[in-house]
Design a protein around this ligand. Sequence first.
Ligand SMILES: [Zn+2]
Length: 215
Amino acid sequence: MKWIDIHTHKAYKKDTDVIFIRNAYMYPVVSENKHYLCSNGLHPWKINDPFDTNKFVDLLTRKPVVAIGEIGLDRLKPDFEKQLFLFKKQLQIGQQFKLPIIVHCVKAYPETIALLKTYPAPIVFHQYEGNSTITKELLAQDNVYFSFGKQLFRKQIPECLNQIPLERIFLETDTSPKHVKACYSQLASLMNIEHEELQVQILKNFKTVFAKKIA
Ligand SMILES: [Zn+2]
């Protein structure tokens, strides 16, 4: 049974039982390893890097690329207007390609939700931290998924966890050196279920979200 790491900044080299989506920013990734997938996009912390539309479109047509990301908005970082401009630009291109997106959102849920209302492909909120009102609003949109990682290991676990059905959940390691299997164990114990049940459901979610790209 496969393990899915939906968003990571590292590459699993030996674990062939892990399917992972590596964040590749605006760089091409070429690999023959079929477990090696990636997302491309201009991160809201990197808005002063050049954004070349042609290069971006070219990246999105390459084989290991299954999503645009991480892209989004971060109120704790500079130049919100420029972040908005680049987020919208990437969303427009994503709309044309109908590609799933991996979203980074920090203290900017109202703006993000408004922009994603009509997005025509799956949306994964990585490192999701929304409160219960925001979660309720996002759950009403059936193409929205929620990814959890390091916040599962805090003393105070996310209050939204018992609101979100397993069919809408992913796990991730992001920049943490942890193995994704540790996240499965942690979530399984928090939910009082077996990790096999989680594996089955998350693999199903993965196939649903990335159906077009992994067929
Ligand atoms: Zn990340």
